[in-house]
Design a protein. Sequence first.
Lengths: 421, 767
Amino acid sequence: MKRRDYLRLLAGAGLVTTGLGATTGLAGSLFGGQRTQAAGEYGGPLFVAFSATGGWDILMHCDPKASLSNAYGNGGIATAGAIKYANVGTNADFFNTHADRLLVLNGVDVATNNHAIGRRHTFTGRLDDTHPHVAALVAGSWAPQLPLSFIGEGTTDETRGVVAKTRLDNADALYDLAKPNLVNPQDVEDLRMYQSETATDMISQWRADRTAQKRASQNLPRLQSDLDNIQTVRAGANELALLQQYLPDPLSDNAQRRKIQITVAAYKAGLAVSASFMRRSFDTHDDNDNQQATLLGQLFGDINFLWEEAERQGVANDLVVMVGSDFSRTPQYNSRNGRNHWETTSMLLMGQGIEGNRVVGATDGGLNALRIDPNTLQESSDGILLQPKHVHRALRDLLGVSTDLDERFAMTDEVLPLLTG
Amino acid sequence: MKRTLPGTLALLVTAPVWLAGCYNGSNDEESPFGPPPAGEGGDSAADDDDGEPAAEEPTCVETGDFFREQVWAPFMSTQCLACHNPSGLAKHTDFVLRASDVPGYFEANLAALDYVGRLEIDGMPLLLAKATNTVPHGGNAQIQEGDSRYEALAELIDMLGAPVHCADDADYAAFFEGVEQMDLPQTLRRAVFSLTGRYPTAEEAGLVAAGGEQSFDALLRVVMDEPAFGTRLMEIYNEMLLTDAYLPGTLGLQLIDEGDYPGVNWFSNLTGTALSTARNRSNDAIAREPLELIRYIVDNHRPFYEIITADYTVANGYLARVYGLPLDGFTDPDDPAEWHKVQIEGIPHAGVLTTPAYLNRYPSTPTNVNRMRALVTLQYFFATDVMRLGARPLDPDAGAGHNPTMNDPACTSCHEILDPVAGAFGNWDDTGRYRPGPWHDGMLAPGLGQVEVPMESDESRLSWMAIEMAGDSRFSQAVVRTLYKGLTGVDPVDEPTDPSAPDYAARIRAFQVQDYLFKEVAQQFTFSGYDVREAIIALTKSPYFRAINVGEIDQTRGFELADIGASVLLSPLQLHRKIANVTGYAWTDENGSLLPLGRPYHLMYGGMDSNVVTEPLEELNGVMVNVAERMANEVACTTTALEFSLPPEERKLLPYVELDSTPGLDESEIRDNLVYLHERLLGEYLGTDDPQIDQTYELFADLVADGVSGIAAGDYEATLIAPCSVINDATTGEPLEVPIVDDPDYTVRAWMGVIAAMLGDHGFLYE
């Protein structure tokens, strides 16, 4: 099905919201509201992507095959709702908790066994080095001016100039930065300022005027982009203080969970749109099963924690989660009980606008991708291979990627009804 | 001979023509570098005398361009290369092509075509006969007579008989027509700061202003003998090597095998501060060994290829103890900055490649078998990005078969390059210990490319390979690419691979121009005896370092110039140095500077730890803007009153004004100081009546007016807050006779505002 036809169908089914005009966002988005210019008022999706960096083993979770794995032991292959999974490690907790919201895409062909390129293909939808990470694209579409619009903690976080990437490192430092004009922001009773509020406004205006003047006479694209960016990020920088009222106290001792807490709080405060996280060390050429079980436990633990935190902050209904990896691992073990690189992999999607408790796509007994009918999504020998571009097409439509960015970073026009069946 | 092309082809080449006649590397042409910057006599050829754009001239197409755009990109790079590659089914034929990821592929493929293109069978070019299967062809018919590919190939064969060089077309410089570039004094300012973290003195600037390019070159050579240059070069190389990952804690010490080096924990009998100092410095020395070796080579004017070929390493007193080396050559073995050339007995050194930090930063495993080491070594020191070969989609229906890395074409395209180099690392085990022994039978023999390591060099394979690498032009190109990224903050342009993309023609031109520059600079570097300073000088004079603007351009021109522009967001370390240099004081808290690694703002301001965070942020984000805002406020606070406590000749920011200099009465002095600040903090050279100075004067005057009225109304204090006041002499620490605490005219705070405004401005945060 072509995208324009899909959108027409969506419109007919009443799934197209009217909040996003064709000039601002793709009409398929389920997220309402206009693009906002003000920090604190953002109300679009919270999109979070997780990368199992190094190449996860899909036999160890969402595409189990007893004939190919020695790992299952007594747990065997279990089922959560309509989803089969390898019952190893902490998988049961993850799949049973999330089956209703979980869409498993199996038999995804990333067409490479090269780490960086596979990761890029998974998270940008393109094999070549041209497109931004989908989380950057979403942030750039909705609110690039927010101070924490795109929190990039991954390794394939190319932004291609659509939004500035932010790192989270030191929550204490964020307190100081939230009020850069206060001498001692940690002491609520110390109200001394370096500059008066009037002076601060004058200084800001002087800088803004200079930047605008430089921008008006600048024609080199790279320098234009720098000046545009600094204008954009200055616009929302003053609102970083809004974060403070939503940060948990105390924050988790676990660095990854702390970042997740800050991300959710930042979204709640209207300061963030999307984030990209990763877990490393999935490149298990040795001792595959034990290592993968441990690493998947950590990865799924992060995702569990994200959902818990989103629910605690009351934003779970706005959350969309994507989980992917560089590629998967070979159906055969190597001589060191490891597995090498394999281009057929899986992706996991969860959240608002995604019909869960489903598996789309499949692999054969040798872990080769099976072709599917693009309309029914059922196996079909004369169908198509499911590729990252199809997933990205669907995600862009769901997440309201703006029309101009969608055209600037072109994706396939071939729409598969992946998210809603 | 000129050739014009009709129809769709012409569309590909109607943008400003460049390169023609100068892309063959001939030495008898004028240097294409450094078109005169605006204001130095350069006229734009884009305009006629009447001011109207020049009429489009008939298009000349270089044979090489025709090959690249009409043959290679549309079909030869896929259909033909699939078999006609060094490991493909047609590897034993006379027609073997190289993938575009391999440096030099273009020239090699043109040469292969030139040879095969001359062959005929029954009056028909053999290439056409084979491609159409008119004569038996292992790959059957790939093209049909009459289709566009056939026509293009036939045209190319015809052109190869009499190669087209569009000698009277515009050359390389035309690519940069209309691009405004810094003049030499501005270029000097940027270059000296980029290389040393300081700005040129007035005397240095004067020398260059008077002496022109020759003085510029000479001065930069002197500047690059300063210790700060070595530090900067280490930073540039660490962004690539990432060996600083081992600086924290004892991560470096953990790389050293106690069996090989029993002295690794030589400090264990010490106690207290002596123990922690010795342990920390030993750890840092291990981590810094590869970067210090690079510094040593440059400081001592040794040929730069020794960074991979040196049959020695370097050690300070701490590393010497770790390695069990004698200390008698050290003036002060406890000085961590005193590094000497050393050799470790029994170790066949190969520059940075055999340092524990490098070998462990890119570790191996029994299944990886040194391929990671090979991958990065080829990328860092041989301008060969094997990863790009993997960007081609694998055929999902193709089977892998037995030992696919040697037999499956989908794998061999990378592994035929990778595995010989992996074998060259074969005498070094997974944890970086020297353990000579036989290499794996199931992999290609150790070597470089098609050349195998000779038996007599087997125990020093890596040294042999490094020498082979260093003798190849690709080593020089790799150095130039690294320096380019370090100087401009921009990644080198990759050759675009999708000829159907609307911006393909523009982007390929951008690639070709830059490729041309890199090869020229690499050649200068080689001819200079591998003097890295000469490569840097050439790069700083190129438009990539100097471009600051261009006239109105269309979208195609925008694609061509996408990566041009002299603007780099300062790294945290560069910002730290700049603040200290221009104000005289670092941005600190009670624990020291706030921006270096390990301090609160280093990672938040886009820095790396070389371990988890391995790429710097290259654009400001909302958090970084606030870091800059706090920096601007705090630095302005601590420096402004301090400035007024010094005699004018010792001041770095406010030499022309006093506490009682007020708008109106002292406008001239204030404007003089604003001109000075614009130059010192923002690198802007303005007159006192420049509109920008008017704007800043207005800011100062408004700040004073608001302050005075605020004090009168009781809204503001008439005194400075404690952190911004000065009661002790900055040099002696003795109490000042007249402490600067009161600010009844609001001038101190107004200057604080002006300085803070500039410190947080784009012009200060970017260079």
